[in-house]
Design a binder for this molecule. Sequence first.
Ligand code: HEM
Length: 484
Amino acid sequence: MLVELLLFLAILALARIYFGEKTPDFPPGPSAKAVLNSLLFLAYGRPIQEIAFHASKLDGPLVGLQLGPLKVVFVNGYETVKEVLAREDCSFRPDNIILKMRSFNKKLGIIFADGNIWRTHRRFAIRHLRDFGFGKSSTERMIRDEAEALVESMKKRAGCPEGSALHDLLPISVINVLWAMMSGQRHDHEDAQFKQLLENITAYTRQGDPLRMILPWLRFIPVINRPIKEAMKSAEILQDYIKGVAEQHEATYEEGVTRDFIDVYISAMRKGEDPSFDMEQLIVVCMDLFLGGTDTTSNALSFALLYLAVFPRVQDKLRAEMERISPGGEPPLTDVPNCHYYQAFVQELLRHVSMVPILPPHTVINDITLRSGHHIPKDTMFIVNLYSVSMDKSHWLDPENFRPERFLDENGVYERDPCSIPFGQGPRQCLGEPLSKDTMFIILTSLLHRFKFSVPATGPLPTLEPKQGLVLSPKEYKLYVEEI
Ligand code: HEM
């Protein structure tokens, strides 16, 4: 925490040193009151998204920092976030060494790439993952098989009066579906080596920190650079694993036979029509899908189980709805539109948790003027705060309360809310949203059908306060699992 505090002060001090070089109409920096508030929040260990959100309440939705040539704008509140995310010219990524360190020091992959390489590979991934199952009935079967394996593992943890840890069971179920489409491989739920690899991914996503991205030279300063070093070590382990799988595919590749996504990619690479298709890019695309697709959905499921136990009334309502829609069985994916309470539950869960509170940084490729009249010069880094959208009191009235009913109309019908954007919006919107939603539905309904989750009668009460990172995760908890 002391390190974060010093880092924050260093950034503010630098902003002051460069005060004289302000661009006209650039969003103003934090006022003295906001700085004081932020220091207090930091001293209490509050994360950056909360600090930026509270600063925006005092200073407005756009808070700017100018550190010489580097310009950073914190974007808060739905209207402003929506405006920035919708713009094609704001969908670029900063040319930041911290972001490139995991990808051969180049702007590769999908998440942190931009321009043509990003557009082509994003389209390629969406199209070919669809061919290998995204949104198809074959995926439903695959997810159901994973859910069955998960049920079997969970049975072994049921009935323990002091509660059982469940978090480690979820990532394998989630990644197995995506990884089967990508590489044709599936891992056993008890595979210790693969579990270790997934723990590495969690270590990577936990180290996300915009402060260190703003000042990349901090990577040379001992202690402060520890999270960056740890993240890079985790990225290397994942990179080596994927490299091995990709090389194995290359060695066994047969022209005209496409076993999975990696084979289609190798085929495109060999045709040589687009020089951006190469081995390094394949590895980083796979890393991005792996990283984007593992912790997000599995942490959402882990939070879901925790919330079900902490809010038993919600759990009963979900089970009652399932029983009504699909008596004695588990509803198929085609029934999702009829499961109004379920949809409201998931939407409220993702809002209340704010799974990805701060988006990976966006940047703008030309000078622009936002609707607020603020002038944003080319290459300004946007730190987009989705937490500020989820917690906007003027829209949600009681954002701190967990209340799925806020997404239901007076007839109990699920209603979409434009302010609910857990998967982002615009050109960078999450490409895994359909897979994530299908996985969550099948796994949650399977578990609700077989088990009841509650807070153990003895031991500490689990907290809803998350662990921080690029993707939030629940703090370790134990639940009492009862077979139905
Ligand atoms: C609960 C589950 C998930 C949540 C909350 C989530 C959230 C997000 C958000 C907010 C973004 C937008 C980033 C931005 O604007 O910069 C994003 C992008 C992305 N997500 Fe997800 N995601 C989830 C699941 C998945 C899954 C299952 C996959 C893999 C198939 C995936 C792959 C990606 C990729 C590759 C991007 C980058 C898109 C781009 O830059 O064009 N995500 N995700």
